[in-house]
Every structure is written in structure tokens, then in C-alpha cells.
Design a protein around this ligand. Structure first.
Ligand SMILES: [Zn+2]
Length: 425
């Protein structure tokens, strides 16, 4: 009996050793990045000649005179500037509209037509392409804000997490919850058409059910549209939505484009205010007091013209100027849904840098909105958004230092996500 136990324990030990050796060979490659310049967005500082050691998906250590392990794979970025991977907190991966609109109402028609013309399956495939382009542009984390048909966003997230397709780390909202008809204009014969992308929820019971449906299907955030119809969510409605979502640990992102909607949204204290184009100073004060983050999605003028809604541009720049001056917290979000200018989704998202510059926001703050501030909004500050020991290795590089020239982000030359290289020029 003793002999048998001895034998069994020996076999078990051999198996254990074999298991760990093969596991190490297969997965735990050490990578050493030689960074000519390394930017810390939060501090707004740059250090020279740093070595970043990456073990699997995480950053092991960083320093100037580190010993590079003999078997490490060395990535030479001595002529580049290295920084954390970027965030886009407002994407629509599974929507790709060719706008024909000349007014806001016509643009809503373009949205509706798109949802009718395209199945959820096709939209998932568009999501695959858009996600790849976002990653190649340097966005290693995104928060997708709906318009994904019948929950294609959930499948997109799953396919990326399972390593089936390349893409950023994705957080999703599922269907958008909104008062009757959501963001589109329907008629008496076709009032259900918008339901491909929206859950119409007007009463408390309908709102509660909509939130629970999204949570059940796997939403990370609750996305609502406050004021795209003449009837809008009140402060009490919004407080109810925040409370119901919080019961399951979710935060609320609220789309608002009117003055009253902006006021209601900020007063209720949602975690993230999307667009906020018509927020007055009182609304911005509420946002600051309640810790609501403005994801202002400042559309570049060129994009707005092609969408037929150029009249929004001055207000968009103005609210960003005021919010920055008042110290309202902001995070980067693009809200690209269209296809134009011969650019892919990642390139179009980078165009938004121009609007932040137009609003007079310094490079350091723009970079924070794209990294640390965004990570904080998403509750990821202990995982992503910085290059520090123990954090996930989401790392990009540019030819110039973005603290001196933020436009260099339009030409990202190296992308690593979770320790894996996806782009190296
Ligand atoms: Zn949006």
C-alpha cells in the first residue's frame, strides 16, 4: 500500500512539473521594451531610456538600468515615445452609416434606414472590422455605447475576449434605453422599427425591465438617451435609473443634447454624460459637484458637415471650453458612426483631437482624457490606463512625444494589448 502511494505521488509530481514547464514555454514569454522616451500621462512627465519588462499579459517592472533576462524578446523602441494604450469611451462598433442627411431629422432617418437595411449578423461583421481598426490606431480599451442591433456588441466582446478576433478590450451597453421611439422618428404603421436598437421605456416598470434585460444579456453599462424626443427623462426618472442599475453594480451613461436634458442629467448625477452639447453653466456645476464625467464627443466640424448637422459645432466647442475652465472631469469619446473621408474607424476617432485643440485644451489634459481619466471612469485604474508595475501591458508608441505634439497620436507605430503585439512599424 505504501509503495503504491509512493508511486502515485511520484507520477503526480512528474505530471505537475511537466505541466508547469510546458505552460511556461507556451505562455510566459518575457518581453523587454526599450523605450527611448516614456510618458506618464497623469504626471505629464517624460523619462528617458527606460526598460519595461512584460511577463505574460502584465507589466513586471520598469527601470533605467534593468537587467534584461537572457531569453527575453527585445522590442527596440529607443527612437520612439512609449505611452499607455488609449481609451475611447464612446464607440459604436456595430454601426456604419453612409450619411445622406442635410438636417438632424434626416440624419435620424439615415440611422433608421441603416438598422432596417442591415441584419445583426452583418453588423457584427462590421464590428469585427471596426474593432481591428480601433486597435491598430492605438485604442486598446473602448466602451461601446449601443446601436448594435440585437446585441451584436455582446458577441463582439466575447469574440475578442476569447481570442477569436483581434480588437481592443470592449465594455458594452447592450440596447439603448430611451423614451418612446428612441432616437428615430417612426410612424403609426411602423412604430416597432426602432426596436432593433432601442428599448422604449417610459414607465418605471418598463424602465426597470429594460435595465434588467440588458444586465441579463451581459451589459457592462446602462446607456440611456435622455432627450432626443420632445418628452424627456426627468431628474426623478434619471435617479430611478441610476438606483436600479447600481443595485446590480452598473453605472449609467446618459446621452443628452438639449439644455433641459443636460440639466436633468447632471442634477441626477449619472456617472457619465454623453455629448452634453447644450449644457449651461448650472448643469456643468451640477456635473462637477456630483462627480459626473463629461464624455463630450466633440465632433470635428468636417464630420458634422458630412452628417448635415454642422450647426452644433460652435456649441460643442463652447461647452468643452467652459467645462475645462470649470474643472469638470472629462474623458475621451468619439461617437463615430459614419463612413466618410476615406478613413477607417480608428482614423476618424483620432480626428476628434482637433476639436479638443480648438477648445484650447492642452495636450497633457487631452492625453489624460484618453488614458488615466478614462480608466478611472471605467473603474479600471488598477488595471489599465498607465504603464506601471502589475498593470496589464497595454502599451503604444509614437514617433513624437504627444505631450509636445498631441497630433502624433494620429500615427501610432506600435500597439501591444495584454502583452501581445498587434502592430509594429
Ligand atoms: Zn453615440
Amino acid at each position: 500500500m505504501k509503495k503504491e502511494w509512493f508511486l502515485i505521488s511520484r507520477i503526480f509530481l512528474c505530471f505537475l512539473v511537466f505541466y508547469f514547464v510546458t505552460l511556461n514555454l507556451a505562455y510566459a514569454e518575457i518581453i523587454a521594451i526599450k523605450a527611448g522616451k516614456l510618458v506618464d500621462p497623469k504626471a505629464g512627465t517624460t523619462t528617458n531610456n527606460q526598460i519595461i519588462l512584460i511577463d505574460g499579459s502584465k507589466i513586471k517592472t520598469i527601470g533605467q538600468n534593468l537587467q534584461i533576462p537572457k531569453d527575453a524578446r527585445v522590442i527596440d523602441l529607443t527612437n520612439a515615445t512609449v505611452l499607455p494604450g488609449l481609451f475611447d469611451c464612446h464607440t459604436h462598433m456595430c454601426a456604419l452609416i453612409k450619411p445622406r442627411a442635410k438636417t438632424l431629422d434626416e440624419f435620424r432617418g439615415d440611422i433608421l434606414l441603416y438598422t432596417i437595411d442591415n441584419t445583426t449578423g452583418y453588423r457584427a461583421l462590421q464590428g469585427v472590422v471596426n474593432a481591428l481598426h480601433m486597435l491598430q490606431a492605438g485604442f486598446t480599451t473602448i466602451r461601446d455605447m449601443g446601436n448594435a442591433g440585437n446585441y451584436a456588441d455582446i458577441d463582439l466582446r466575447r469574440a475578442i475576449d476569447n481570442g477569436l478576433i483581434p480588437g481592443p478590450k470592449v465594455f458594452v451597453s447592450g440596447k439603448i434605453i430611451a423614451p418612446f421611439a428612441g432616437q428615430v422618428i417612426v410612424n403609426t404603421e411602423h412604430s416597432d422599427l426602432g426596436k432593433q436598437d432601442y428599448i422604449y421605456a417610459d414607465t418605471r416598470d418598463e424602465i426597470r425591465k429594460a435595465i434588467r434585460q440588458n444586465i441579463h444579456f451581459g451589459a457592462d453599462w446602462i446607456k440611456i438617451v435622455v432627450d432626443d424626443q420632445r418628452y424627456i427623462y426627468s431628474v426623478d426618472d434619471l435617479r430611478f435609473i441610476i438606483e436600479e442599475s447600481a443595485k446590480a453594480g452598473l453605472k449609467v451613461a446618459a446621452h443628452t443634447i438639449t439644455e433641459q436634458g443636460g440639466l436633468n442629467t447632471a442634477e441626477a448625477g449619472v456617472a457619465s454624460i454623453e455629448h452634453g452639447f447644450m449644457m449651461n453653466d448650472k448643469a456643468l456645476e451640477f456635473a462637477k459637484k456630483n462627480g459626473s464625467v463629461l464624455v463630450g464627443t466633440p465632433f470635428p466640424e468636417e464630420h458634422l458637415k458630412l452628417m448635415g448637422i454642422a450647426e452644433f459645432y460652435p456649441a460643442i466647442i463652447d461647452v468643452h471650453k467652459r467645462a475645462y475652465k470649470m474643472g469638470v472631469e472629462m474623458a475621451f469619446g468619439s461617437d463615430v458612426v459614419c463612413e466618410f473621408l476615406g478613413k477607417n474607424r480608428g482614423e476618424l476617432a483620432m480626428d476628434y483631437i482637433e476639436s479638443f485643440l480648438e477648445a484650447g485644451i492642452p495636450a497633457k489634459d487631452i492625453l489624460m482624457m484618453m488614458t488615466t481619466s478614462a480608466a478611472k471612469l471605467l473603474g479600471l485604474e488598477k488595471e489599465r490606463g498607465a504603464i506601471a508595475q502589475g498593470l496589464i501591458a497595454d502599451i503604444i508608441a509614437t514617433t513624437e512625444n504627444p505631450l509636445n505634439n498631441i497630433r502624433t497620436l494620429k500615427n501610432v507605430i506600435f500597439v501591444m494589448k495584454e502583452g501581445k503585439v498587434y502592430k509594429q512599424k
